[in-house]
Design a protein around this ligand. Structure first.
Ligand code: FES
Length: 293
C-alpha cells in the first residue's frame, strides 16, 4: 500500500512498465560477461569494492553543488556580483558531472533489482533526475548566453525537481530496502548450536539449516564444512538454491557471488559481504556460532 503521494502517483503510471521491461534487460546485458561494459566495471559501479552502494555516495555531489548554486544565485541577484555568479555557474557544472556519475551507478544498481514496485519507483527516480539535469543544462546554456535571470529560474526549477528525485531515492532505500544489507536482521548464535547431523550433509550440497532462527548455508568440501548466512545480502535471495562455484556460491536471483571462506563479495550486485559462522563437529552433529573474524 502506498504511504505517500509521490509513490501513490508513480504506482498509477502503468506506462513505466514497458519502458522498464525494455531498459532493464538492455542494461543488464551491457553489464554481463559478453556485454560492452562487463562485470568488472559493474562491480566498480555497484560499489562492491567500497562495501557500500557507490550511487548513494555520488548523489551527494549534484545535490550539494546545486544547493550551493541556489545560494550563490540568490546572492548574485541581491548584490549583482559577477564573481558570485561565476561561482554559481561552476557549482552547476560540478553538479552536472556528479549527476552523470550518479546516473551511471544508479542505472547499474537498478538493472539488478528485479521487477515490481521498486523497479517502477527506481525508473521514476531516474526519469525525474534526468528532468532536473536537463533544467540545469538549460540553465548553464542560458547563463552562457547572458540570460542570467532565466538561467537562475531554470536552476531553481531543477533544484525542486531534484529534491523530488532525492525523496524517491530515500524511499527506495528506507521503504523498499534497496541497497541495505538484507542479512542485518539475523544474528548468529553466540554459542555453538547443533544444526545438522554430519552424516546428512553431502559433499558439495548447498544445505539450508536453521541456527536459532537464522537461516544458514552449509557446504561440505572435503574435510571442511563452511557456514555462511543463507539469505543473500543484496535483496534476500536464497543462496541454498544458488550454484556452487569452487569455494563460492552464486545467488540464484541476481548472480552475486560470495566466498564461502570469508563471505567476501567476489561479484556484485551485492556490496555487502555474507556473515560467516564458525563451524565445529561434535558427537556427529554440525554446530555453528558467530564467528569472531
Ligand atoms: S538477491 Fe540479488 S544477488 Fe542475491
Amino acid at each position: 500500500m502506498a504511504t505517500n503521494i509521490p509513490v501513490a502517483v508513480i504506482e498509477k503510471q502503468d506506462w513505466l512498465e514497458p519502458i522498464a521491461d525494455r531498459l532493464q534487460p538492455t542494461v543488464a546485458a551491457a553489464l554481463s560477461v559478453d556485454g560492452p561494459i562487463g562485470p568488472k566495471a559493474a562491480n566498480i559501479l555497484h560499489g562492491t569494492w567500497l562495501g557500500h552502494p557507490l550511487h548513494v555516495v555520488l548523489t551527494d555531489v549534484p545535490l550539494g553543488s546545486w544547493t550551493a548554486a541556489a545560494v550563490l544565485d540568490v546572492l548574485e541577484e541581491k548584490t549583482g556580483s559577477r564573481a558570485i555568479g561565476r561561482g554559481a555557474d561552476a557549482a552547476i557544472a560540478v553538479g552536472l558531472v556528479g549527476a552523470a556519475a550518479a546516473a551511471l551507478t544508479g542505472l547499474t544498481d537498478w538493472s539488478k533489482i528485479g521487477g515490481g514496485r521498486p523497479r517502477r519507483i527506481g525508473l521514476a527516480h531516474g526519469l525525474v533526475n534526468a528532468t532536473a539535469t536537463v533544467c540545469y543544462i538549460t540553465s548553464l546554456c542560458l547563463r552562457r548566453a547572458h540570460s542570467r535571470r532565466a538561467g537562475r529560474r531554470f536552476a531553481w526549477l531543477g533544484l525542486i525537481i531534484s529534491s523530488v528525485a532525492a525523496y524517491l531515492g530515500g524511499h527506495l532505500v528506507y521503504k523498499e530496502k534497496i541497497g541495505v544489507d538484507h542479512t542485518a536482521n539475523y544474528s548468529p548464535p553466540e554459542d555453538f548450536v547443533a544444526v545438522l547431523a554430519e552424516a546428512e550433509l553431502r559433499e558439495n550440497e548447498l544445505r539450508r539449516v536453521d541456527a536459532s532462527g537464522m537461516p544458514v548455508l552449509l557446504v561440505r568440501r572435503g574435510n571442511r564444512v563452511y557456514a555462511i548466512a543463507e539469505t543473500c545480502a543484496h535483496l534476500g535471495g536464497p543462496l541454498s538454491e544458488g550454484k556452487l562455484e569452487d569455494v563460492a556460491v552464486r545467488c540464484p536471483w541476481h548472480g552475486s557471488r560470495f566466498s564461502l571462506e570469508d563471505g567476501r563479495v567476489l561479484e556484485g550486485p551485492s556490496v555487502h559481504a555474507q556473515p560467516v559462522l564458525e563451524v565445529r563437529v561434535r558427537d556427529g552433529q554440525i554446530e555453528v556460532r558467530r564467528s569472531e573474524r
